[in-house]
Design a protein around this ligand. Structure first.
Ligand SMILES: *Cc1c(COP(=O)(O)O)cnc(C)c1O
Length: 271
């Protein structure tokens, strides 16, 4: 894999840096719709088209998000969704789906998820078992009916947070034409680690998604990247903080989150 730096506006791939990452060996472009906001897909799709490279969307955090009227996950050749318990649409265990309007790819995927079996007796190619369990599918069928309502409620909480915090931290933006589902509500905060500590002391469970950029992960060591190669992603790793946000939050819980963040920046906390 070759990585492309992120941009601060939506935490997604910076499309102006994509082209220089493409080589003759590039097999797919994989934008991630992070935190529930779609990546800037139009230029990404154009570059994919120009180079004849398919775009595969990591829509794991963006079920229900839209980009100029189209659903995240439906814009590229294929879209991949995680339905893990932590995602907005969630099963009672591990689950996920891939969507595509490419008939040939669909036919291949149906075999690839099931040991490469062409029929009960014939294995066309080696492949693991990644079938969606039927029990999880049943749970998801029920959950799916609630998704739009959960997204509406999450957006209400997010609006309250945005209004209540925009003068003390950088709050998430919604690009015009996009619908943000707030899978996570990610603020960009000065003195992030001290803020996190302050919130924990007050019983507010904030989290960092994610503290280590992918090129700095131990697993990426062999790729030969160094600190400084992706300055925006590195900066984000030091400043992002996800605040607690879910559909059923009470008025008191929301107020505790807002007051937790605001009290930190009111002072009394050494810089
Ligand atoms: C959750 C997540 C994944 C992984 O999903 P699994 O269900 O664990 O396979 C991949 N990408 C992003 C952006 C995610 O948030």
């Amino acid at each position: 894999p070759r990585f492309v730096d992120a941009r601060r506006q939506d935490l997604g791939m910076d499309p102006t840096l994509l082209e220089r990452a493409i080589t003759p060996r590039t097999r797919a472009i994989v934008p991630v719709h992070l935190a529930g906001h779609p990546a800037e897909m139009e230029p990404i799709l154009k570059i994919g088209e120009r180079y004849g490279v398919p775009v595969v969307e990591d829509a794991a955090q963006a079920v229900g998000a839209t980009y100029h009227g189209r659903r995240a996950g439906s814009l590229g050749r294929a879209g991949c969704f995680s339905l893990h318990p932590l995602k907005n649409l969630h099963a009672f265990g591990d689950a996920g789906v891939i969507v595509s309007d490419d008939e040939a790819l669909y036919r291949w995927l149906v075999k690839a998820r099931n040991h490469g079996l062409r029929s009960r007796d014939e294995v066309e190619f080696w492949s693991p078992n990644t079938r969606l369990d039927t029990l999880q599918a049943a749970v998801l069928t029920v959950m799916l009916a609630h998704l739009d309502e959960w997204i509406r409620e999450r957006r209400d909480v997010a609006e309250e947070y945005r209004a209540g915090l925009r003068d003390v931290v950088e709050v998430p933006q919604e690009t015009p034409g996009c619908l943000h589902t707030y899978q996570t509500f990610v603020i960009l905060a000065e003195r992030r680690d001290a803020l996190l500590e302050h919130l924990r002391e007050r019983g507010v469970d904030a989290k960092v998604h994610y503290p280590i950029a992918i090129h700095a992960q131990p697993a990426a060591q062999a790729l030969g990247y160094r600190r400084g190669d992706f300055p925006v992603a590195e900066w984000l790793a030091d400043h992002v903080l996800s605040l607690p946000l879910y559909a059923e939050m009470t008025v008191e819980q929301r107020a505790a989150v807002l007051e937790g963040v605001r009290s930190f920046y009111r002072g009394g906390c050494p810089a």
